[in-house]
Ligand binder design. Structure first.
Ligand code: NAP
Ligand code: GCO
Length: 266
């Protein structure tokens, strides 16, 4: 029954992968504001320490683990440690991700495989590691961080679009296979967000002018701005909470309207 506690995450343990900074850090901070205990991992101790300090600075006592999410034995070890140290993961946000912007015919298969490994294989590995305990507990929330490239392509991002398109369908399949166990698996598809990952697309030109891609995205977005990581906090809380218990297999695009808009006439 919907009530004032339906958005509360009190007593829930949330694992957000790759969340030392960027979108993951913002979503974890939002989940913490609604009562979740935050657990995060990143690829090396330096980043985990940076993340722990950043969470502490905003009053969040997070739990940090060093783990490469593409390494299944390491992920299984991390989940076992989390269950011992903190408790069973109630909410998983598969956030860790990379992009390589290379024209497809110039991209090595190694680079293509690396993007697929982090952006698609890893969400499978981490979800597979947490689902059994969620089934035992009788509930679970999985949020996969997709992309506009789950729907659209563009030059130089073939591996990333293939991975994020696959992640959309993995999201729908987890919904299909585990909805009976009261596990809701949804996606968040951020638009163009100001983080280190998109910094190269926003760099000032030598003459001080805006990057052409920056101007392009602003013209293509009804909100007429780039998103910020904070724009992802509310959608993450909604999909992590009881308020979304009948939402399953859905990709929630948080893009300022860009996917709905043909673009401003030049
Ligand atoms: P980001 O700034 O590059 O942060 C990604 C985080 O994931 C970093 O902490 C990174 O660590 C970590 N990571 C990468 N590979 C990892 C691995 N193998 N194991 C563990 N951690 C790993 O990216 P972001 O912009 O915050 O994006 C976060 C998610 O949102 C990604 O899935 C991205 O595809 C998606 N997204 C971003 C945008 C956008 O406009 N920014 C839009 C749509 C979707 P390192 O620092 O070591 O790389
Ligand atoms: C790019 C950008 C995008 C964003 C995001 C859009 O090079 O086009 O990096 O891929 O990161 O995924 O939703």
């Amino acid at each position: 029954m919907f009530n004032e506690n339906s958005f509360s995450l009190k007593g829930k343990i949330a694992l957000v992968t790759g969340a030392s900074y960027g979108i993951g850090f913002a979503m974890a901070s939002g989940l913490a504001k609604y009562g979740a205990t935050i657990v995060f991992n990143d690829i090396n101790q330096e980043l985990v320490d940076k993340g722990l300090a950043a969470y502490k600075e905003i009053g969040i006592k997070a739990h940090g683990y060093v783990c490469d999410v593409t390494d299944e034995p390491a992920v299984q070890k991390m989940i076992a440690s989390i269950e011992k140290d903190v408790g069973v993961v109630d909410i998983l946000v598969n956030n860790a991700g990379i992009i390589k912007r290379i024209p497809m015919c110039e991209m090595s298969v190694e680079d293509f495989r690396k993007v697929i490994d982090v952006d698609l294989n890893a969400p499978f590995i981490v979800a597979k590691a947490v689902i059994p305990a969620m089934i035992k507990k009788g509930h679970g929330k999985i949020i996969n961080i997709c992309s506009m490239m789950s729907e659209l392509g563009r030059e130089t991002v073939s591996a990333y679009a293939a991975a994020k398109g696959g992640l959309k369908m993995l999201t729908r399949n987890i919904c299909s296979e585990y909805g009976h166990a009261n596990i809701q698996c949804n996606g968040i598809g951020p638009g163009y967000i100001e983080t280190p990952q998109t910094a190269p697309l926003r760099e000032r030109q030598a003459d001080g002018s805006r990057h052409p891609f920056d101007a392009f995205i602003v013209a293509k977005t009804p909100a007429e701005r780039w998103g910020t990581p904070d724009d992802l906090m509310g959608p993450a809380v909604f999909l992590a909470s009881d308020a979304s218990n009948f939402v399953n297999g859905h990709i929630l695009y948080v893009d300022g309207g860009i996917l709905a808009y043909i673009g401003k006439q030049p």
